[in-house]
Design a protein around this ligand. Sequence first.
Ligand code: GAL
Length: 668
Amino acid sequence: MTDNFSTPRLYLGSAYYPEHWPEDRWPADIRLMKEANLNVARLAEFAWSTMEPAEGDIQLDWLERAVDLLAENGIASVLGTPTAAPPAWLTSGYADVFAIDEWGRPVQHGNRCHYCPTSPSMIAASVRIVRAMAERFGQNPKVIGWQTDNEFSRTCYCDRCRQLFQQFLARRYGTLDALNQHWSTAYWSQTYNNWDQIPIPIGGHNPGLMLEFKRFITATNRQFQKYQVDILRQHLLPGVWITHNYMGWFDGFDHYDFSEDLDMVSWDYYVGTGHHDYLSHGAIHDLTRGFKQKNYWVMETQPGCVNWSGINNMLNKGEARVMAWQGVAHGADGILYWQWRSALGGQEQYHGTLVDQSGQPRPFYEEVQQLGKEFTVVSNLIAGSVPKARVAMLNSYESRWSIHWQRHHRDFDYVQHFNHYYRPLAEMNYPVDILSADHIRDANELSQYKVIFAPALLIITDKLAEALKAYISRGGHLVLTIRCGMKDSYNALLPMRQPGLIRELAGVEVEDFYALDEPVPIKGPRFSGQSIQWAEHLHQISKLKLSVLARFEQCNGWLDDQLAIVVNGYGQGVIYYVGAYLDDKSQNSLVDTILRTALLTPLITPKGVEHHTRTTPEGAEIHFVINHEREEKVLPIPWPAWDHLAGQRIEKYIKLPPYGVVVLTQTT
Ligand code: GAL
């Protein structure tokens, strides 16, 4: 019986490649999916050579039969456009299709993303296949969503891309004089007299040129995707969404710009070697939710193990289940395993699957089956609910790129530093929204947050400075850290000290910054610890409302006794400047102090136990309590609750077995 797939629900599924198998096997696979309580399959994202075996010979009947069979078993379909894997007739038939690497070599056929996103032949062929798919399936209610391509990641260095880059620069700067000036090209005689002299940067290059090239990559990939999105939009039923599957912190392009053309985003959640780290993975869930500031999907996750890491170890029994629940708690409405069954050939023979090469379920299948049962129980309860946060963190691809091109300390990593703030927040169970600093238009977008952290926000433009100023003056608490406010949007140093345009508000400016070859001691009323990797020497410029939270102690002479962490009052709010990269213990205590000063209270849970909440449109809270560890944990609850997974009432305390999960609502 065909389900009515338009009702919102929690989705559990898998990537499924019927084109790998004879059609008479499909019913057995789909029966096993149904028995595992799966309700969605993603298909076709690498099936171009089956859908169009020769140029113009479109063959979609098989796909429709697969979609029908899935739907008859209560399984909805998500279709991927197949452009990540252009077929051989296309790559061999048209010289412009292959991407060119930085050394001028064309990439090879037979892997993925081997195309140049500006290639006219690739674009024409993509438009044709996507149009054919959209015409056939756009109005089919069994197809609930579409994914464009797969994990965009390619940078092309061909002559056409270089020319397009030069045209892109001409549009942005208008004149070469402006470009030369913003990029300080007199330095090393880089001055350009003609647009066609401007290279694509290879390795380290002029900071302005490098930042613009990243913007160009974002724009060209976005345009490549937009050709597909525009066609799909003409054909899709209302409510059918378009997504793309991102790779977590991958920084090949600006994901916020890119997401503007999508209805929903998703990400591919792989652990690789080792085990799930709920604190850093929580950050990626929140990062992904922040691309559109709405719920998202985990479009791929590992069924036990992968095949591409140093050690492709299995996740522990029960670990994938808590990973899935953590995703849901953070706003994922769909979790899909990659992939259903091990293909006999192809590059991924050893990857984890639900069904092995013989066609029989692996032991891992049972864990998914259990999850499927649980999703079915709470699907109605959870559908439509979203996480809500009073704390935000600002993320910036542009600041991150700029720092990574000139780290100054080889170990300084933007994401690690970001997580250095995220982890204590997550450990204290503060929900966090992660927003793009580069896309904030005004303070109204920030008004729901009591505290905002801006780790290593190197580039602070006039517009952002204005928004932050208004946010603080209305009572917000802003935390600036090392490396903040140093550059403009051309990746040039600002002709003023850090934190640049907001130093008056901060009440301090940075007299100098120090990459540290050894930690320096630091002391404040609430902690004494160390600053590692980095220290900034702050100079007080406001006489009034500045309080000192820590000073450096004796170390290299320059920093001895200097201000390290301060807080300044501005309007109704406060602004912190953290000129240190604190050790973990001191960092926890600093973050705790900042939150408590803003009158936010932590929710203390035993180590490894996460508490997260989603709120329904009616305002009811659904609590997810997840034990990410392998020992039993016990914790008190302040009110009697209904445990939806176990179907029982609980009072006073929760006993969580190893990798245990409860989904609770308050009861009387
Ligand atoms: C992803 C990719 C999938 C599959 C998976 C294996 O990056 O999107 O198609 O290759 O990795 O872990």
